[in-house]
Design a protein around this ligand. Structure first.
Ligand SMILES: [Mn+2]
Length: 322
């Protein structure tokens, strides 16, 4: 419930042992990278620490090697990274979900302050950047392993340094990671230039589903259970799809609707300024960043689409685009 400073967060972590780290469900590179970087840092200080992440993308699994919680200690402290809301903590958490989060380390402006203490730096492009600052504050030596985690975290949330959240500081942090000896070209190839065959099959189907609304200012992509079945793609592979609708010329609001189960949709909202993604998502009990946000909808496809289009139309009007 309380926001704390970097110094306070660092001394809190330094006083802890037996720490279990969670991040949000369907973890992306920032969730995995920030959680694993923190875990490596705590281990390097001689503490017992582990991560618990559910549904890790194939390209990021290697980062968690030797870090996944295996019941070899009894967690005494729960810390989260990159998690704006406790409701999006991984559903498959192998630990008691009722346990209280003691410290949240985050960069989401929309963080609900669910943790006892929160160290939030919404100027940071990625939670990995916030963790990096904390590790330095804690006196952790940044190894090549840690640097790889931080680099993947930051490059994921900045679209490989293409989005507007890429500040000079972001690039300086990334440069410092290169100074630690990581092979950024190879990491980028694996993270951003490699697609599974199943993913490509899903992308084809998804592209066919694209529809535009409001004079081409909104584009909606639909990912149905049938498409997942037909393509064989895994849900954790689909994060890159969310950026496609917004890439269409003239589109300010790009929506990706993912059918998680019969009658339940996960909705990603990506916007170009002045449209605000977080505002659209907040009307559907979600949240996120001004240009990238998400929410969920229980109901059929038609109702989900209707709801999201209604709030998109409002946002386009508020932003003076309609
Ligand atoms: Mn993030």
């Amino acid at each position: 419930m309380m926001r704390i400073t970097k110094e306070e967060a660092a001394s809190m972590l330094l006083s802890m042992d037996n720490i279990l780290i969670f991040a949000h469900e369907n973890p992306d590179g920032d969730a995995v990278g920030s959680a694993c970087a923190l875990c490596h840092g705590l281990l390097s200080l001689g503490k017992k620490a582990a991560v618990w992440l559910d549904g890790i993308p194939k390209n990021d699994i290697y980062l968690t090697e030797g870090l996944m919680f295996d019941n070899s200690f009894t967690p005494e402290h729960i810390v989260t990274t990159d998690t704006a809301d406790e409701r999006i903590l991984g559903a498959g958490c192998g630990y008691d979900k009722n346990v209280k989060v003691e410290l949240a380390i985050d960069h989401h402006f929309s963080n609900t302050m669910y943790a006892a203490k929160t160290y939030l730096d919404s100027d940071s492009a990625a939670a990995g950047e916030v963790v990096y600052d904390l590790l330095l504050e804690m006196g952790v030596a940044i190894t090549k392993e840690i640097a790889e985690c931080i680099y993947i975290a930051i490059s994921t949330d900045t679209g490989c340094f293409r989005y507007g959240n890429t500040k000079a500081r972001t690039l300086r942090t990334a440069a410092a990671m290169l100074d630690c000896g990581i092979d950024a070209g190879e990491i980028n190839r694996i993270q951003f230039e490699t697609k599974t065959k199943e993913y490509v099959a899903l992308e084809k189907l998804a592209m066919n589903s694209l529809e535009t609304y409001f004079d081409g200012k909104c584009a909606v992509m639909m990912l149905t259970l049938d498409m997942f079945k037909e393509s064989g793609a895994l849900e954790c592979e689909t994060q890159a799809l969310s950026s496609l609708p917004r890439q269409i010329e003239g589109v300010f609001v790009g929506i990706t609707m993912k059918e998680k189960e019969e009658g339940f949709f996960r909705i990603s909202v990506r916007t170009n300024a002045p449209a605000n993604a977080a505002e659209i998502a907040s009307h559907l009990s979600g949240g996120g960043h001004p240009m990238a946000a998400g929410c969920a909808f229980a109901g059929n496809k038609e109702d989900a689409l209707k709801a999201v289009l209604e709030h998109t139309e409002n946002q386009l009007r508020i932003a003076g685009l309609l």
